[in-house]
Design a protein around this ligand. Structure first.
Ligand code: AMP
Ligand code: GLY
Length: 427
């Protein structure tokens, strides 16, 4: 086993705060840095104002410090090849190569892989011309799903309930609504069911189940209003029982890993499968190549094993020897966001009461926060992740909202019903 490591974490969201909190608990971690970080991460790490799109600057920082291990949180640097560049510079890094990150970076790539390796997913076609896409819509009718091929910050997907909506979405993509990401469009069949997320830690050959969770993408209670990055989550997701988990691992995750290996772009890192639980079992909606945000916050709260040891095993191709251990409790996180999110919102609004919230036993992971003259302020859309454990979703939910209510942030809001599907199932 390696000696104690200097670790650099890339990112600034609630996901990275949860990763930082877990990384510094590892006996393998000598010191943690984070670029760029936030006010919460600064409790665990030394935050450095590096431009994370400037890979040369990151490499220079790693050499000077020196950093032994880099953990990349968000998708953009992965798709941009940060892990490839670090490895070329001789620096060990957790996460997929740019080639393997195509699983998130190109929806068409993933659909073609599913078709080749017989992985259950919605029927689809890829288009680079509006005329052909519009003609195809006349054949499919609605409901139908229109997706910009590339990374569009979670905004490139339209679930069209009418043909008019579908046509407008195709035209918006080809008119440049999502920039380069929309130069190609995937049109796919509408899947019916309940959504859940399954995570697998991968080392290129071996995939180890890394928990399940359910996110809440809509901004409003009862899953209403526009889509967001995620307004809350819990883990485990009871909708994914052992049988469905086994099915998803065998029919979706394992053939994906085998397919990527066969293509010469083995997947190393966290593979996040967005699943639809249909009448025919789990089908793949999409892959992400990193932890979910806020799903990571509930996974890290439940993980009993040493995260750094697991990440190193992933990079070194030694996952077969590892079995992650989890708390039997349920974790639930409530996202507090700036009023107006996911639209425009006020910045630098003051927040108080974090210590009171944490005194209830909950944990508060920060996303868009900063310290301005000693005052904690909100600087982003999603700002805090108030996270609690409980014997079931109901208890975790009560504890999380008791902590939310201790926070004094007049410009903040949250959903009041995180966990509702599972609670309905519990009762
Ligand atoms: P994605 O960015 O691919 O996860 O899509 C965003 C959201 O659109 C998903 O979380 C689903 O709610 C929905 N969605 C995507 N693809 C489909 C599909 N084929 N059928 C039904 N809903 C879908
Ligand atoms: N919460 C959804 C995501 O991280 O993609």
């Amino acid at each position: 086993m390696a000696g104690r490591l200097n670790i650099l974490l890339i990112g600034s969201g609630g996901r990275e705060h949860a990763l930082a909190w877990k990384i510094v608990q590892s006996p393998l971690c000598a010191k943690l840095w984070c670029a760029p970080g936030n006010a919460g991460i600064a409790q665990q790490a030394e935050c450095v104002g590096l431009d994370v799109t400037d890979h040369a600057a990151i490499i220079e920082f790693c050499r000077e410090t020196p950093i032994d291990f880099v953990v990349v949180g968000p998708e953009a640097p992965l798709v941009a090849g940060m892990v490839d560049d670090l490895e070329a510079a001789g620096i060990k890094a957790f996460g997929p190569s740019a080639g393997a990150a195509q699983l998130e970076g190109s929806k068409g790539f993933t659909k073609d892989l599913c078709a080749e390796f017989d992985i259950p997913t919605a029927a689809y076609r890829r288009f680079t011309q509006a005329g052909e896409a519009l003609a195809y819509l006349e054949e499919t009718g609605a409901p139908v799903v229109i997706k910009a091929d590339g990374l569009a910050a979670g905004k490139g997907v339209t679930v069209a309930m009418t043909l008019e909506e579908a046509k407008a979405a195709v035209e918006a993509c080809f008119d440049g609504a999502y920039g380069e990401a929309g130069a190609e469009v995937v049109i796919e069949a509408y899947l019916e069911g309940e959504e859940a997320s399954l995570f697998a830690l991968c080392d290129g050959r071996t995939a180890v189940l890394f928990g399940t969770a359910q996110d809440h993408k809509r901004v409003g209670d009862g899953d209403t209003g526009p889509n967001t990055g995620g307004m809350g989550a819990y883990s485990p997701a009871p909708v994914l029982d052992q049988k469905l988990i086994d099915e998803a691992m065998t029919e979706i995750i394992v053939p994906t890993l085998a397919g990527m290996h066969a293509r010469g772009i083995p997947f190393v890192g966290i593979l996040y499968a967005g699943l639809m639980i249909t009448e025919n079992g789990p089908e793949l909606i999409e892959y992400n190549v990193r932890f979910g945000d806020p799903e990571c916050q509930v996974l890290m709260t439940r993980l009993k094993s040493d995260l750094v040891e697991l990440m190193l095993a992933s990079v070194e191709g030694e996952l077969l020897a590892h079995e992650p251990q989890w708390s039997d409790e349920t974790a639930l996180t409530v996202v507090m966001a700036s009023k107006g999110y996911p639209g425009s919102y006020g910045k630098n609004t003051p927040i108080a009461g974090i210590a009171a919230a944490e005194a209830t036993g909950a944990m508060v992971f920060h996303a868009g926060t900063a310290l301005k003259d000693g005052q904690l302020v909100a600087t982003g859309g999603r700002v805090l992740n108030v996270t609690a454990l409980g014997s079931g979703v109901g208890e975790a939910q009560r504890r999380a909202y008791a902590a939310v209510d201790a926070i004094d942030w007049p410009n903040g809001f949250c959903r009041r019903d995180i966990g509702w599907r599972a609670i309905a199932r519990e009762s």
